[in-house]
Design a protein around this ligand. Structure first.
Ligand code: XIL
Length: 305
């Protein structure tokens, strides 16, 4: 790749063995991978202190065989706290369980995961901390704690806070900016901000480049972590062209900002995308269609690289 930006995709280890063509494309087209689900808390630790490493390990091994960097996702996400974590537990117990989880996972992959999404989707649309179990029981300091635990477990890993709806200048982005500034001032090891970028074909994010820059000015790296551009079905050539323009715009923004270190798409084929299952009436969000044929969006990215 001519640019210094790592170009990655989220992937699910299941398809690596079931679908050789999928594995071939993942291995040849991308310089980095993110586990789409395998490293989430609920999947890694299905019952207390019982770890299921296989899925994550498989993906890591694949990445290493293909000389790819691994982006860890995610230590604490709003939707992936396991069921056995009981909200009725006293704060001290919840804190211990969270600390043990973060420490165990980051230590295991120490030196093999270059960056972690430490806290994912912590903010509300108004830019304040989302009302979660952690905020209620541990207070707002839980965010700093998780970063400190992760840093202690692997001082070499780059630690990111990741969210959606923050790509353009939004209230939520303003809140995230203020939060990252405060965390850095307090000496919390936040190294980067991840912009998920789950976009829609007719979106027009407000001042992408300016927004990425104002974060970079805080002294952190920035990254596009989960880009996809969903299309309202049925897809038409005109919509796919708009989609391609948006993919291009996001890549250009990342390339324009020196601190943008990584650009990751949330899956690369429409055959395996999460979008149809979560956004009714939408699909066709990826770079390759369901038959693994490259779409205009793929050509647009190649053109920029
Ligand atoms: C999604 C996965 O793609 C799905 O397979 C899973 O069922 C739910 O989670 N933001 C995130 C990701 O940070 O973890 C989500 O991934 C997509 C939205």
């Amino acid at each position: 790749m001519p640019s210094g930006v790592r170009i990655g995709s989220a992937a699910d280890g299941r398809w690596l063995s079931l679908d050789p063509e999928y594995a071939e494309l993942l291995g040849s087209e991308f310089g980095a991978v993110t586990a789409e689900n395998a490293m989430k808390w609920g999947n890694l630790e299905p019952s207390p202190d019982v770890y299921a490493w296989t899925g994550a390990d498989q993906l890591l091994t694949f990445a290493e065989q293909h000389d790819q960097a691994v982006y860890g996702h995610t230590l604490l996400g709003q939707n992936d706290v396991p069921k056995w974590v009981d909200p009725a537990w006293p704060a001290a117990r919840l804190r211990t369980v969270l600390r043990d989880h973060v420490t165990t996972v980051v230590s295991r992959y120490r030196g093999r995961v270059w960056a972690w999404d430490v806290v994912n989707e912590a903010l509300d649309e108004d830019g304040s901390l989302r009302d979660t179990l952690w905020l209620r029981k541990l207070g707002p300091g839980y965010v700093a704690d998780v970063f400190r635990w992760a840093h202690a477990a692997d001082p070499g890993a780059r630690l990111f806070i990741n969210d959606y709806g923050v790509e353009g200048r939004t209230r939520k982005a303003d809140g995230l900016l203020a939060m990252v500034r405060d965390l850095r001032r307090a000496g919390v090891p936040v190294d980067g901000v991840g912009f998920q970028s789950h976009l829609q074909w007719d979106d027009r994010p407000r001042d992408l480049v300016g927004n990425l820059r104002r974060f970079a000015q805080l002294g952190v790296s920035v990254a596009i972590t989960e880009l996809d551009v969903r299309v309202e079905l049925p897809e038409t050539p005109a919509k796919l062209d708009r989609q391609a323009a948006l993919y291009r715009q996001v890549l250009k923004a990342c390339l324009a900002v020196t601190e943008c270190v990584s650009f990751t798409v949330w899956g690369f084929t429409d055959a395996r995308s999460w979008i149809p299952g979560y956004h009714e009436g939408y699909g066709a969000a990826c770079l390759f269609d369901a038959a693994l044929v490259p779409k205009p969006a793929y050509a647009a990215l190649i053109d920029e690289l």
